[in-house]
Design a protein around this ligand. Structure first.
Ligand SMILES: NC(=O)c1ccc[n+]([C@@H]2O[C@H](COP(=O)([O-])OP(=O)(O)OC[C@H]3O[C@@H](n4cnc5c(N)ncnc54)[C@H](OP(=O)(O)O)[C@@H]3O)[C@@H](O)[C@H]2O)c1
Length: 383
């Protein structure tokens, strides 16, 4: 079990080996077919396994698809100045299995949902990804090939999280960048540093949060739960909006909570009472502050979706599950006690580690596929 298995690419070469006289080719839209040169016939199914396949993703950099005089697709590698009938993406084909629609439930983990997905062309930023829901999300994306950036406030904790993922798959494209949502200056610095790298941004997960912490003001003079859970994210999305739009189709995922139900933001006249968002110490109750910030998350996500979806950027708010044992309760002993009591009955962060042997197999699998691609590419070279 590891990265390429999750992406559905871990089958062995021996099963795929074609009988003599057969050749693997692909159509313009990526479907793989098999040509039997002895009998002069073609078919969609692999002659040994009977499976259908299609090519995943874009052509590698420098390659182009063209049609010959007979209308057959061939590929031009402009960098190495060669032509071939072999589709270079065939190193990463996906089986066309008739999968029954999967049923997900409260026990489904991120890795199961992503099974079979190739995210190698995606750039993903996750806030507060050094622990809990954020870490599990980052790990799952990284093991599916995405370039994942952990946007965290604490360098030591984020480096530890990065090394845990790399330990699992040493080729994971995962890194940490500093972001403290309690400081609008830090949010701005993060956005500038990210933009300076000229990367696209396909998924932004606004996950970081604090709960049940004592009243304190941020350096911007705002109540910290409100700023960390909502306002910091709001500002971050504003600053990265242009990158998201350029990277469309892109999405924002705002991690909210069902606890948004247990509050409201309206005053007695039915108008939004902005004073409730960042209350003074004497009016502060940590749970209420958290619930309000989570309500802001949902309102924000809905409005963002309304404004950006016409430009190819969607936004969704999610509730990840009730009372999952993460670090969210750590600021108040009573919450820690309640989370501990509930732990056996609630969803857990599933943390399945592959054995070193399994990890080795997967890495060998990818290298074997690449060498197969090279071999086949040479065989099918045009004169
Ligand atoms: N656990 C649950 O039962 C539950 C239920 C409903 C919703 N949620 C939501 O799920 C999300 C993830 O929470 P979790 O349960 O995984 O909790 P968690 O393990 O405590 O994760 C929260 C993350 O936010 C980070 N963070 C806190 N303050 C920050 C700041 N100023 N700047 C940047 N990052 C900061 C934390 O970093 P540090 O390690 O540096 O503090 C941590 O990585 C939250 O939005 C939460 O509201 C959780």
């Amino acid at each position: 079990m590891a990265a390429l298995k999750y992406a559905g690419m871990d089958d062995t070469d021996s099963e795929d080996e074609l009988p003599p006289g057969w050749e693997e080719r692909s159509t313009k839209d990526g479907w793989v077919y098999y040509a039997n040169h002895e009998e002069m016939k073609t078919q969609w199914e692999h002659p040994k396994t009977g499976k259908k396949k299609r090519c995943a993703g874009d052509l590698p950099y420098g390659w182009e698809q063209e049609l010959d005089d007979k209308g057959q697709v061939f590929y031009v590698d402009h960098i190495n100045k060669r032509k071939t009938y072999f589709d270079p993406r065939q190193a990463f084909t996906i089986e066309d299995v008739q999968v029954k629609p999967k049923r997900y439930d409260g026990n489904t983990a991120a890795l199961e949902i992503l099974q079979g997905q190739d995210l190698s062309n995606k750039v993903i930023v996750i806030t507060g990804a050094n622990s809990g829901v954020g870490f599990e999300t980052a790990r799952s994306f990284a093991l599916h090939g995405a370039h994942v950036i952990l946007a965290c406030r604490n360098k030591a904790r984020s480096s530890k999280a990065v090394s845990l993922i790399l330990e699992e798959w040493h080729k994971a494209r995962v890194e940490a960048m500093t972001l403290d949502l309690a400081s609008l200056r830090s949010v701005q610095e993060f956005a500038e540093a990210f933009k300076a790298r000229k990367l696209p941004l396909h998924i932004l997960v606004c996950n970081a949060a604090v709960s049940t912490q004592p009243w304190c003001l941020t350096e911007d003079g705002l109540e910290s739960t409100f700023q960390i859970c909502h306002l910091g994210h709001f500002y971050l999305v504003q600053l990265l909006q242009d990158v998201l739009r350029r990277s469309a189709p892109a999405r924002v995922v705002v991690v909210s909570s069902e606890s948004h139900r247990f509050t409201e933001l309206l005053d007695s006249c039915g108008k939004v009472d902005l004073a409730l968002l960042s209350p003074p110490q004497k009016e502060y109750w940590s749970m209420l502050a958290y619930n309000r910030a989570k309500l802001c998350n949902i309102l924000f996500s809905n409005e963002l979706n309304r404004r950006l979806s016409p430009h190819g950027v969607t936004s969704n708010a999610v509730h990840p599950g009730n009372m999952m044992y993460t670090s969210i309760h750590r600021s108040w002993w009573l919450m820690t006690f309640l989370f501990t009591l509930a732990r056996p009955f609630t969803k857990s962060m599933r943390w399945v580690r592959p054995s070193p042997a399994q990890r080795g197999n997967v890495i060998m699998g990818r290298e074997a596929r690449l060498s197969k691609a090279r071999k086949l590419g040479n065989k099918c070279m045009l004169r």
